[in-house]
Ligand binder design. Structure first.
Ligand SMILES: [Fe+2]
Length: 300
């Protein structure tokens, strides 16, 4: 009788190795999808900050802060218009934009792979920001705004000022209410031409002062006797892809663990690090949602 060989039955499922490989692939695709979607999930952070020496007419004064717009291929007009509408709905007394309004073509990755026309993005950002309705609006420049070179940063400043947003370049403004004044000073970026002393020059001793500076590294220049009560900055994007333990140690600032994002109590007042609006290099955000901050100044 002829012997018939019977083939083994087909495997009922994946091998363990194939299962792990497919799980890893699916997790990667899901992670990329979540991170890509998360880049535009705006969060409004609301804070009440108490101060012992807040002038009486400024009790309840509200500030809306946005930062790191990074107007670029990935951060377009529709999204930025949504940001401005959300800011307008907060009815703040003052809106501040703390730098990195454009990304332009400074980044080698973007320059190589994506359209990097900084002038076009500057025009777009200025047009959108001109729709801010707050009675007071101020901005400072970030490292990306200045990294484009003098011509590009001057053009950005001109476009913002034409849009009704004065840019504090190592300078300050005073807002009056009766006999009281609230001072807002602003510096250029610390990697370029920041000059804190010049931005504060002329502010009377003991005057209540808020400082705008793109990077928390301006803190290396801040002294207690400068009477700064609140520093508003950005730059970190809250890590953008905020991997526990890792991201907070590799950000390009002096003290990334302390100043990755959010409110930090200082001996002289507070620092607030905004997570930003846009994204840099990759259009992803993980555990660092884009942020509009609304701060109310209150009497302690
Ligand atoms: Fe930035």
């Amino acid at each position: 009788m002829k012997k018939v060989s019977i083939p083994p039955p087909p495997s009922a499922g994946l091998s363990r190795r194939a299962f792990l490989r497919w799980t890893a692939r699916l997790a990667l695709v899901a992670g990329v999808g979540i991170a890509f979607d998360g880049r535009n999930n705006l969060v409004v952070e609301k804070l009440h900050l108490p101060f012992t020496d807040l002038p009486r007419p400024f009790r309840g004064f509200t500030i809306a802060q946005i930062s790191d717009l990074h107007a670029s291929y990935w951060v377009g007009r529709d999204y930025l218009e949504e940001v401005v509408q959300r800011v307008n709905r907060l009815s703040a007394d003052l809106v501040v934009v703390t730098g990195d309004i454009i990304t332009g073509s400074t980044n080698a990755f973007i320059k190589r792979w994506l359209p990097g026309d900084s002038r076009g993005y500057t025009d777009m950002a200025a047009e959108v920001l001109s729709q801010l309705t707050a009675p007071r609006r101020l901005a400072v420049l970030g490292n990306h705004d200045q990294g484009e070179g003098l011509q590009a940063s001057n053009y950005l400043v001109q476009r913002l000022e034409n849009a009704g947003i004065p840019v504090l370049r190592n300078h300050h403004r005073a807002f009056r209410a009766g006999a009281s004044r609230l001072y807002v000073a602003g510096t250029d970026d610390v990697w370029y031409t920041s000059n804190l002393k010049r931005s504060l020059a002329g502010i009377p001793d003991g005057a209540f002062t808020i400082l705008l500076s793109h990077s928390p590294d301006i803190l290396n220049d801040v002294r207690k006797e400068m009477d700064i009560r609140l520093l508003l900055c950005g730059h970190t994007h809250g890590g953008q892809v905020n991997l526990p333990w890792i991201t907070s140690r590799i950000m390009p600032i002096t003290n990334p663990v302390r100043y990755l994002s959010g409110l930090v109590r200082e001996p002289w007042g507070y620092t607030y690090v905004n997570r930003g609006i846009g994204t840099l290099v990759f259009p992803f955000r993980i555990m660092a949602p884009p942020e509009i901050t609304r701060i109310t100044l209150v009497k302690a």
